[in-house]
Design a binder for this molecule. Structure first.
Ligand SMILES: Nc1ncnc2c1ncn2[C@@H]1O[C@H](COP(=O)(O)OP(=O)(O)OP(=O)(O)O)[C@@H](O)[C@H]1O
Ligand SMILES: [Mg+2]
Length: 273
């Protein structure tokens, strides 16, 4: 384990079965027990997740790391209810995802979870504000107060002056900020991001990390997948997967997170005008 990290006592304790009374009053954004996912493609079976267990307290900020193919996106997709597990259990808050109807799952996906993808997944024909509105459009909620909220979100993520731009007229970092604003439109308490800085240069990566920090400081739980040490050092906790299993689960100290932020900012390349 690196010197910069300390193991949090919470994570050292054996995981209690969900639903069993516990002395720890912590509220959990999610609890995962022996989660498994097996894909069968053209007769070939891939055990992408082979039994993963962990708890994420509300307000946590977790980076998931691990080699390509270790199951990171599979895990994130399960946490985001975009896919269903082959075995094991997943609780979001106090709710057992396996017991939810399709309607309840759709409601959770749209209201409680904000999903950010590496490839932004913006609609090219729509403006910044219209892209942010998309989740509301699917819920049939598009009044003037919603429009105002979308404009406010665009400004919050630093896109003032770009509200009418289309994705092709924006930099990669700006497009990712639109995607983050869109993920926040329903005020989710849980933000899941799959390599959100994977396509970004160091300066825009830094901007996105500062945005995530602010969202986490506001109380939102964040789980992001990353290949970059510089990104994982900014999270409160790092979970490593290997071959579909949890390899380690380590907490970054507050001091190490501050040091990582200072180091990143001090080493930014000069701004190009
Ligand atoms: N829809 C699918 N059908 C079949 N196999 C899949 C599917 N999705 C993922 N897999 C397989 O499951 C394993 C884990 O994939 P996953 O996408 O979770 O990896 P990852 O850790 O996110 O990798 P990367 O860092 O490259 O994004 C891989 O072997 C992959 O080929
Ligand atoms: Mg992946």
């Amino acid at each position: 384990m690196s010197q910069a990290s300390v193991v949090n006592d919470v994570y050292q304790q054996p995981l209690a079965p969900i639903g069993e009374s516990t002395r720890n009053p912590t509220r959990f954004a999610c609890r995962v027990r022996d989660l498994q996912k097996t894909y069968v493609l053209k007769g070939e079976t891939v055990r992408a997740l082979r039994g993963v267990s962990f708890d994420v307290p509300e307000g946590d900020y977790v980076a998931i790391m691990g080699p390509s193919g270790s199951g990171k996106s599979t895990l994130l997709n399960l946490l985001g209810c975009l896919d269903t597990p082959s075995a094991g259990s997943l609780f979001l808050g106090d709710d057992d995802v396996a017991k939810m109807s399709d309607d309840q799952l759709a409601e959770i996906r749209s209201k409680r979870i904000g999903f950010v993808f590496q490839a932004y997944n913006l609609i090219q024909q729509l403006t910044v504000v219209e892209n942010i509105q998309v989740p509301l459009f699917y819920q049939g909620k598009l009044g003037s107060s919603e429009l105002k909220r979308c404009e406010e979100l665009a400004m919050m993520v630093g896109l003032k002056g770009r509200l009418g731009h289309r994705p092709a007229q924006l930099s990669g970092g700006q497009q990712q900020r639109v995607a983050i604003a869109r993920s926040l439109v329903n005020d989710p308490f849980f933000i899941l991001a799959d390599e959100p800085t994977g396509n970004l240069d160091s300066r825009t990566t830094e901007e996105i990390l500062q945005l995530f920090k602010r969202l986490n400081d506001e109380g939102r739980t964040i789980i992001l997948v990353t290949h970059e040490d510089e990104v994982s050092k900014r999270a409160k906790r790092v979970i490593r997967l290997k071959d579909g299993l949890l390899q380690s689960d380590v907490q970054n100290s507050y001091e190490s997170r501050i040091a990582a932020a200072e180091h990143a900012i001090a080493n930014l390349p000069p701004e190009i005008e």
